[in-house]
Structures are given as C-alpha cells and as structure tokens.
Design a protein. Structure first.
Lengths: 270, 406
C-alpha cells in the first residue's frame, strides 16, 4: 500500500469519511486543486495525487508501454482506490483525467458514486463529422512547442518560490516544485492525451456524472461538452461562465458552487 | 541625459509587450508587437482573445501550461510560444510573464522577443537530443536483452544438466537390464538344448516340439538382448578418437558378426582404408551390426563374400542451409556383394534411412544402432543394386570431424 501511495505522492486531508478523489490534468500536478479542496475538507475525505511522471511521483515507476494508453493511468487510479480501501468515491477529474476516471469507473463501477468531469473531451482531433476542435497538425505543433519549452524547462522543474496570496493563513512563501514534470514523460502524456479516442467508452458509464463545461474553452469546446452529455448516461451538463480550460484555477468559487449544487440535486452522502 | 521613464518608451521598446486578462483577452498591446504582427492599429487587437495572435498549438500550451504556471506561481520565464501574424505567417517568440493585480483584477504582463534565429539552433539541439535519447533507449534495450539472455542461459543450463542426469540414469538402467538379462536367457537356451539332446527319444513329440520352440525363442531373445545392450552402450561411449584404424575395426567386426559355431561365414576382400575421426567402439558396432544384418539376410548358409574399398572425395558439409558451402574430405566406403543380397538391398536402405521410432528400434535393434552411429558421425548410408544383380552399400563419413559434431 505505502508503495502505491508514495508512487503517486498521495495526500489526504479533511474531516469527512466519504472520499473525494481529485485527479489533475495534463500539464500540471495535484497543486492545481489547492483552491478547490479546502471547500470540501469539512464534509469529505479529500485525496489528491500525482500521476507517474508528474509532480513528486516516483519517476522510476514510469513504464512507456503501460502509459502509452490512458488505461495505464486508469489502472493507477484503481490501484490508489484499492490500496486505500476506498468505496463510494466521488471522482473529480480535470481535462484528460475525466476520461481516465471514465475508464476506471467502467472497469470497477462499484468503487465510484459520482464522476465530476471538468473540461472533459473524449476525442481532441476532428474526425468525420465529429468536432473535437483540432487538426492532427495542431497536435504535432503542440508537441514541438513542448519540446522547445523543455529546453529551458527550469519553469517546470526544480524548487520554486510559490506565493500563497490566496491562502494568507500560510503566511510566508512556500518552497515547492511547481508542476514539475519529466519532459520526456510529459511529451508522451501529451501524445497519449491528444491522440486518444474514448468516444466508445462513454455509453458504458454506469455512474452518475456532472460535466463542467467552460465558456470559450479552446481545448474542450462547447460542442464536445454537448457530445459527452448526449452520450454519457445519467450525465448532467453545466456550462460555466468561467472561460478557458482551467476553471478550478481561474474561477474556483464558481467551480466549488456548481459541484456543491450538484451534490444537493443529486445527493451523494452514502 | 537622465530622465524618467515614459509610456512611449514601452510602446516603442525593442520587444513586444502585451497585457492579457484572466479570461484570455488582450487588454493592451504596444506598438512594436502590433507592427511585428502586421496590424495597422492596436484597436484591431485590443479586446480580442489571445487566439487571434497565438497558433493553435501555442493556445493549447497557453491553457495547459502557461496560464496555470503564471496564475499559481506568479511568473514564468523563457516560455516558447508561436505567434500568428495577420497574414498567417508564424513568429516564434520567447515570453517572460508576470501576474499583477490592478484594482483587484488579476492580469498578466508579458514581454515577447523574437526567437527565430534561436529557434533554428534549438531545432538542431532537439533533433540531437532525440537521437541521443533514441540511442540511450536502444542501448538500454540491448542491455536488457543481454540480461534476459543470461537469465535464459542459466535456466537452459539447469534444464540441460537435469536432462543429462536423467539420460545418464536411463542409459545406466538400460545397460544394467540388458546386460543382466543375457545370462538367464543363455541358461534357458543351454538347458532346453541339454534336455532335448538327452531325452529326445523318451519325450512325447508334443513336449519335444515345445522344448525346441523354447530353445529357438530364447536364442533369439538372447541375440536381441546383446543388440540392445550394444545400442544402449552407444551412449556410454564418450571417448572420441582421432585416427581410427578402420582396417582393424572391420577385422574385429567380422569376428564379432560370425557366430562361434559358424566360423568362416563371412569372407572379406579389403583394400586399406584411411583412418577417420570418430568413436572407435561405435564404428566397430556399426560394422558388426551391418555384417550381422547381411549375414542374416543371405538366402542360404553359403559363406558371404564382400569386397570393401574406400574412395576420398570433397563434399559440402552443409546439409540443410542453402547457399552455404564448406568442402571437407569425405571417405566413401563401398561394400559390394556378388549378387546374393540383391533382393534385400532396398529393404535395408529403407530401414536405415527410415525415421527412428520405438517399434523400429525394438524390431531391428541392430539397424537402429547403425542409424544412430551414422548420425553421430555426420555420415550417410545408401544401397543400390546394379544390372548384374550385385548390391553396393555405400557408407560415407567426413575424414575429420568438426569439433562441435562429436
């Protein structure tokens, strides 16, 4: 158990018993959630973690064959749930993690009680009548952009001073590595994410879900959110006033309100 | 001349400057960047989303990396982004950014510098790095493959060792059984013969007939046991020799093949043969078995006359791989009869060249021995009958054995 928890740098907080498991998306790590999790600590057992290759995960656990498919990440998610003996899990996934959560829930539906999908997409590349938002060339350019940014990857690695303006109770500056990601792993994660096609997995979802769709999200446009809502049984679609792809960073209050409102409309406390 | 910094300084600074709102819109842009991007006036861009000036790839990177980094960390340095000019051309740029609060509204200030020249150089570095990574990956795969091979070798060695032990035990057991069985069988044969000789006038015909059968069958069984022991002994012969004296081997084999009560049944006319590499005892067994088989197959009790001669020739030692050649000196041993064995020639050849199964070994144990020995020496056997009715048996062996084959 401790192996798996260390592998994913799992952190637990909160006073509740029902688990809320937050899964970060492509490009960052569990710190993405720091404006969201405090709001749920009173009522839930809040769990955050890093995927292998991100944050303070165990890089030596990275296996290019395992992680050449999102199922590899989903299996890790299930490892964490089982290692911690979790059940009735409320899964909160951002971006690509939404599909990781869908894959995990399809494999072990009994473990999950709700899926909260923030900025999800089942397929990023346009395909024969389907609007994903991107052409293949765009994704190839993205990989090149990533390559070039990891030449000066100091931004994404090593300790950095983080200002905690939004959490003044912490007072002084914290020294932490920000969104540290191994560049080679990040590149493969980008390929796996943006070339994935999970449209066939949507109909199989048996867990009620909430889709949080941003206005004007380049990465997951409105048409994608509507497609997901149409194809995932028992799903609720909420279009946010927040723009961009990271409402949990840019609009934490709205994100928190919509999740709590969903819990009221669709009670989750077991 | 000292003077305070003025707004125009930033507007016309030798770098692009832009202020981006939290919802991804351009709040302000300086003259330099407006011109670089090919626009006539700032108003064409102010209020637009950053999508207007970023390529799609850079917009994804902005959303997934740049924005969270600046938002949570407060700043970012040396971020590579590709800008899009009004005419569609790309403008690769390096960006430094800082997050600021203006009237409680968070915005991001960015400066942008051309990275066109640096970009070309970086492209080469990236390519070199990719090649290096590929080489490292391939090397680590090789190291892993080597390790796997070593592990497999250890497993294989263990299994071979176990197999060798089992084989040794089987050979010893077979040798013991076939050897031990010979003496009781010989006694049965001798006693049944004595009984027949001493009492043939008193015994009723039925009993006498039964005794004769017992005698004949035990004699046959004994011959079988002798051959079986010989066959099993082939595996015990571990001493390979160089330079076996074939003439001596053939003389001894003739002696072995003639039954003690029928001396002179086999007459050999030989020309001297060269020495070859191999197992001396196996060679002796081969010729003994072969002579015995020929004696058994002669149609009457007349002595069998065989001529034996040797021929040296060059043959390709590769027998399976096409297009591979390695010529070695080969000895052809030609054994001719005078026509007495003609009918049996084909049968014998088929037996020797047939697939060895346990029935063949049991029924023709002498032949099975011959076959095993010929194989052990990378040899071959053929027989043919010429128009005059005489039969030629040809044994062929390499003169020198390759170290790996014995």
């Amino acid at each position: 158990m401790s192996n798996i928890l260390a592998r994913h740098n799992v952190r637990v907080s909160g006073e509740g018993t029902q688990p809320m498991l937050f899964a970060h998306g492509f490009g960052c790590d569990q710190q993405m959630w720091r404006r969201i999790t405090p709001a749920f600590e009173k009522d839930f057992k809040v769990i955050v973690f890093d995927y292998v290759g991100s944050g303070k995960s165990d890089l030596s656990a990275y296996n290019p064959e395992k992680y050449s498919h999102l199922q590899g990440y989903a299996d890790d998610l299930l490892d964490i749930c089982r290692a911690m003996g979790l059940h009735d899990v409320i899964f909160v996934g951002h971006s690509v993690s939404s599909m990781v959560g869908v894959l995990a829930a399809n494999k072990a539906p009994g473990l999950f009680s709700r899926l909260i999908l923030i900025g999800p997409s089942a397929r990023y590349i346009n395909d024969d009548g389907y609007i994903g938002g991107f052409a293949r060339k765009d994704i190839e350019d993205l990989l090149e952009t990533m390559d070039k940014n990891y030449i000066g990857w100091a931004n994404f690695l090593g300790p950095a001073i983080m200002k905690n303006a939004d959490r003044p109770e912490l007072g002084q500056e914290l020294t932490e590595s920000f969104c540290s990601t191994d560049p080679i792993i990040a590149r493969q994660f980008a390929e796996v994410t943006f070339f994935s096609d999970n449209r066939g997995d949507l109909e199989k979802v048996r867990v009620p879900s909430l889709i949080l769709q941003c206005s004007d999200d380049l990465i997951a446009p409105l048409a994608v959110g509507e497609y997901l809502h149409e194809h995932i049984p028992q799903s609720t679609l909420q279009v946010m006033t927040a723009t961009g792809h990271c409402p949990h960073v840019s609009a934490p209050d709205e994100t928190i309100d919509l999740i709590q409102q969903y819990f009221v409309n669709s009670p989750v406390i077991a | 001349m000292k003077r305070p910094l003025q707004p125009a300084d930033l507007d016309d600074a030798p770098c692009g400057f832009i202020i981006i709102s939290d919802d991804g819109r351009i709040d302000a842009i300086n003259n330099t960047l407006t011109q670089i991007l090919g626009y006539d006036k700032k108003e064409d861009l102010v209020g637009q989303t950053v999508g207007a000036i970023f390529t799609i790839a850079s917009r994804i990177f902005y959303q997934t990396h740049f924005y969270p980094l600046v938002n949570l960390h407060g700043k970012a340095h040396e971020i590579f982004l590709t800008l899009k000019k009004k005419n569609g051309d790309h403008y690769p740029a390096i960006c430094n950014a800082v997050r600021k609060e203006e009237n409680n509204i968070a915005v991001t200030h960015c400066i942008l510098l051309s990275a066109e020249q640096r970009g070309k150089y970086e492209k080469e570095i990236i390519e070199a790095r990719r090649k290096a990574e590929q080489a490292i990956k391939e090397n680590s795969e090789l190291v892993q493959a080597k390790k796997d091979l070593e592990d497999s070798s250890l497993t294989l060695d263990g299994r071979l060792n176990r197999l060798a032990q089992i084989n040794d035990n089987m050979v010893q057991f077979g040798h013991f059984i076939s050897h031990e069985i010979q003496e009781p069988i010989r006694k049965i044969a001798v006693r049944s013969d004595n009984l027949i000789q001493k009492n043939k006038d008193q015994l009723p015909p039925y009993t006498l007939d039964a005794l004769r059968r017992i005698n004949a069958e035990s004699t046959q069984l004994r011959a079988f046991a002798v051959n079986l022991e010989r066959y099993i002994s082939l595996n015990l012969d571990k001493e390979k020799s160089t330079g076996i004296d074939l003439d001596a081997v053939i003389r001894q084999a003739r002696h072995n093949a003639e039954s003690p009560d029928n001396p002179g049944a086999l007459i050999l006319e030989t020309t001297p043969l060269p020495s070859i590499d191999g197992y001396a005892f196996q060679m002796e067994t081969l010729f003994t078995c072969l002579f015995q088989a020929l004696l058994d197959h002669r149609p009457d009790s007349q002595p069998l006359l065989l001529t034996i001669e040797g021929q040296l020739e060059q043959t390709n030692s590769f027998r399976y791989l096409p297009g591979k050649y390695h010529y070695v000196s080969t000895l052809r041993i030609i054994i001719n009869d005078r026509g007495a064995l003609a009918i049996r020639a084909r049968e014998l050849t088929e037996l020797i060249n047939s697939k060895t199964d346990i029935t063949t070994i049991a029924r023709h144990i002498g032949i099975a021995s011959c076959k095993a020995i010929i194989n052990n020496h990378s040899g071959s056997f053929t027989a043919s009958t010429n128009p005059t009715g005489a039969t030629s048996f040809v044994l062929q062996f390499p003169l020198r054995q390759h170290p790996g084959t014995l």
